[in-house]
Ligand binder design. Sequence first.
Ligand SMILES: NC(=O)c1ccc[n+]([C@@H]2O[C@H](COP(=O)([O-])OP(=O)(O)OC[C@H]3O[C@@H](n4cnc5c(N)ncnc54)[C@H](OP(=O)(O)O)[C@@H]3O)[C@@H](O)[C@H]2O)c1
Length: 282
Amino acid sequence: MKHNTVIITGGNAGIGKAIAIEMARLNWHVVIVSRSSERGHAALEEIKIAGDSPNVSLEIGDLGTLDRTMQLAESLTQKYSRLKVLINNAGIWPTRKKINLNGLEEAFMVNHMAPFILSAMLFPLLRANAPARIINVNAGLYVFGRFDLNRTPMGADFNPLRTYMNTKLCNVLFTRRFARAIQDSGVTINANHPGVIRTGLGESGLSGRIMHRTIKRFWKSPQAGAVAPVWLATDPQLENTNGQFFDLKRERPYAANARNEILMESLYEYGWIKSKLRDFYI
Ligand SMILES: NC(=O)c1ccc[n+]([C@@H]2O[C@H](COP(=O)([O-])OP(=O)(O)OC[C@H]3O[C@@H](n4cnc5c(N)ncnc54)[C@H](OP(=O)(O)O)[C@@H]3O)[C@@H](O)[C@H]2O)c1
C-alpha cells in the first residue's frame, strides 16, 4: 500500500518528534528533517517504535541559511513525490544575536525565511498531490511582535525576549499572504499555536536553560503539543480552510499587528528578493 507523505521540520525533538510519532501511527509516510545526523537517527528509531511503523525517513537539512534551505527543498522535491503535508515546525527562541552567512539574524532565518522557502519550493509538488496542506507551527506570542524591514531581518533590533515574537509575527504575516497567493490551488496554509509545552525551546545558553527549565516544569508534554498540528494536518473538515490562525484547535482572528497590509506586502516582497526565488513557483 502506498502511503501519503508528511514532511516535518525539527522532527528530531520536542513537538516535531511528537507530531511525527502521531502521524506514523495514523499510517502516513513520515519524513523528519534534522540538522544533526546523530540526533536525527536517534529520533528516527524512536519514532518507528513509538509510531509502530517502518515508514519513517530521515532527511538531514539545516535551515540556518538560505542556500542550505534551498538545497533541502530540492532534495525533498526529488525524493518524496507523494508529499501531501508540509509541517514547518522547526523554530528557535534565540538568547544571543547570531548573524548567518546571508547577513540574516538566526531566528528570522529559521522561524520565517525557512518556512517561506520550503513552502514556495515544495508548493508545485503539493499542488500536484492536492488536496494538500502546509501547517506553520507558530506561537500565540506573535501578538506582541513588531517588524521593521530595515532592522528585524539583520537583527538590528535584536532582543532575547522580543526577537522570538517578532520573527513569529513574520511567519504569521507570511501565512496570511501566501494563503492569498495559493487560493483555489487545492493547497492550504494555516498557522497554529500548539500550546505551552515542555521542550528544549529557548534553552541555548546557561541563562536561557535555567530560566526556561524552572518555569517549564509545570508545562504540558510534547504529545499535548502535537494534538493541534496533527488535527490541522489531517481533519477532513479543514480541507478548504486557508490562511487562518488556530490557538490550539480554536480559530482566532488575527491581532492588529498581523493585519497591517503594508507590512505584510513589504515582508513578502523581501522574501522573494532575498531568497532570489521567483514567484513562478506559485
Ligand atoms: N514549546 C512551546 O511551548 C511552544 C509554544 C509555542 C510555539 N512553539 C513552537 O513549536 C515549534 C517546535 O518547538 P519545540 O518547542 O518543540 O522546540 P525544540 O524542542 O527546541 O525543537 C525545535 C526543533 O527545531 C530544530 N531546529 C532549530 N534550528 C534549526 C535549524 N537551523 N535547522 C534545522 N532544524 C532546526 C531543532 O533541531 P536541533 O535539535 O538540532 O536543535 C529541533 O528539532 C517551534 O516553531 C516553536 O516556536 C513552541
